[in-house]
Write a protein that binds this ligand. Structure first.
Ligand SMILES: Cc1cc2nc3c(=O)[nH]c(=O)nc-3n(C[C@H](O)[C@H](O)[C@H](O)COP(=O)(O)OP(=O)(O)OC[C@H]3O[C@@H](n4cnc5c(N)ncnc54)[C@H](O)[C@@H]3O)c2cc1C
Ligand code: SF4
Ligand code: SF4
Length: 375
């Protein structure tokens, strides 16, 4: 029998409709025939355009194209394949937040980047340094649409310091950052950094592990954002406005530190209990096992005792090299992770919680064993 060539029909059945799809958009970006669309308004899911095979089929796939399945960070044995590729081994049971070389606290030394960043501005510093030192040509990030008053997070490409500054900070609704790939290529980029939550940060690694062609080669850096969940856009009218009278156009900044922190343009500050927000959890997050962006080159988070530092996990050789060059250049300030043991303990605890979401019926993954087979 010829070897199986998994394609869209398999992805649709095993990931998109099974509940494993995070909506990361990697399959859409990898498709060379442009037959995959993406719904950025409500479902945050990919779809196949009807004309070339229907919702669950693809004529190109039937003729041998496998690229969408090679790009999907939830397809089949995604985790061991990625870890073998990145680290030469699968994680051990006690590496619950993924394999790493170093966990530190870091922040941008540049005051403007530090100020603009959600935590220590480390992600912004990495991007600016990479752009200005010929490491990357562009980065795929998230911007707020229009003048920002809609709070609609959308994918964006940045190519310089001004672009990085304009897109710094965190939004807690979903932005499928890989979708900005086409704009980056149109602008001539060949070396691209991807910023995104774990679901997206695993995409460059899985594409490289499964040799997903040109797209895989162009992703030269993956910067991860730790993440427990994102929320539906409806949280703005239905929770913030309906229950708290906080109109999205009046919101200046948001953060999550045990509660939803909301700063208004008129200087007011409000806190909303997180448990009230759970009803607006985005469906694509419900089965996600990855809190700590476990296949990024460098993962970043905002937990811990120090608000203006970024909890930073250096994972790969590529991440280590970049970080070391930035330290040598004075672009980042670093302190030992042991300065905040509570942050590391919390990262591990939250990672364990997320691991439990991976369905027992899916392929086994650390922290979640396969469902028992009928005798
Ligand atoms: C949806 C979401 C959930 C998070 N949840 C947690 C958490 O539970 N615990 C934790 O410790 N940390 C969490 N983080 C990470 C944290 O908020 C910071 O992003 C991280 O600490 C880096 O801070 P920084 O100051 O170094 O980054 P900055 O310099 O501010 O850069 C942040 C980068 O993130 C991009 N970005 C912003 N919003 C989004 C979005 N919605 N989708 C994709 N990219 C985006 C920006 O464009 C920018 O490039 C979350 C981030 C996001 C976006
Ligand atoms: S998880 Fe990502 S790559 Fe996989 S089907 Fe969903 S959107 Fe596509
Ligand atoms: S929880 Fe975060 S990392 Fe997981 S699918 Fe949702 S947005 Fe992605």
């Amino acid at each position: 029998m010829p070897p199986e060539k998994p394609h869209w029909a398999h992805l649709y059945d095993e990931v998109v409709t099974s509940g494993l799809c995070t909506g990361c958009s990697a399959c859409v970006v990898a498709c060379p025939y442009d037959v995959l669309g993406y719904d950025q308004e409500t479902t945050y899911k990919p779809f196949h355009v009807e004309a070339t095979g229907g919702l669950d089929g693809c004529t190109h796939g039937e003729r041998g194209c496998t690229l969408c399945t090679r790009a999907c960070p939830r397809f089949r044995e995604w985790e061991p394949e990625i870890e073998q590729h990145l680290f030469g081994r699968p994680r051990t049971d006690d590496e619950v937040a993924g394999i790493s070389e170093q966990v530190v606290l870091a922040r941008a030394t540049d005051p403007e980047l530090h100020e603009a960043g959600q935590d220590g501005g480390l992600v912004s510093a990495l991007l600016v340094w990479g752009l200005e030192h010929d490491v990357i040509d562009a980065a795929l990030v998230s911007a707020l649409e229009g003048d920002g008053t809609s709070w609609k997070a959308v994918p964006a490409v940045v190519r310089d310091r001004a672009g990085v500054l304009a897109t710094a900070g965190s939004r807690y609704t979903y932005s499928a950052n890989p979708l900005a790939y086409a704009a980056a290529i149109d602008g001539g980029a060949e070396r691209i950094a991807l910023v995104g939550m774990g679901c997206q940060a695993s995409a460059p690694a899985v594409m490289a592990a499964r040799k997903a062609g040109k797209v895989a080669r162009r992703f030269v850096l993956s910067i991860g954002l730790m993440c427990s969940k994102t929320f539906d856009d409806a949280i703005f009218p239905e929770l913030f406005e309906a229950r708290y009278d906080l109109r999205r156009e009046d919101i200046a900044k948001m953060n999550i530190k045990g509660v939803f922190q909301v700063w208004m343009r008129n200087g007011e500050y409000h806190e909303i209990p997180l448990k009230e927000a759970h009803g607006w959890t985005r469906e694509g997050c419900m089965s996600c096992p990855d809190f700590a962006a476990e296949h990024a080159d460098i993962s970043t988070g905002g937990i811990g005792a120090f608000n203006d530092w970024t909890l930073t996990v250096i994972r790969t050789a590529r991440g280590q090299e970049l970080f070391a060059s930035m330290i040598a250049d004075g672009a980042v300030e670093v302190r030992a992770g042991e300065d905040d043991p509570g942050a590391i303990a919390l990262m591990q605890r939250l990672s364990k919680v997320s691991r439990k979401r991976w369905p027992a019926t899916a392929v086994p993954t650390p922290g979640r064993l396969p469902a028992p087979q009928p005798a």
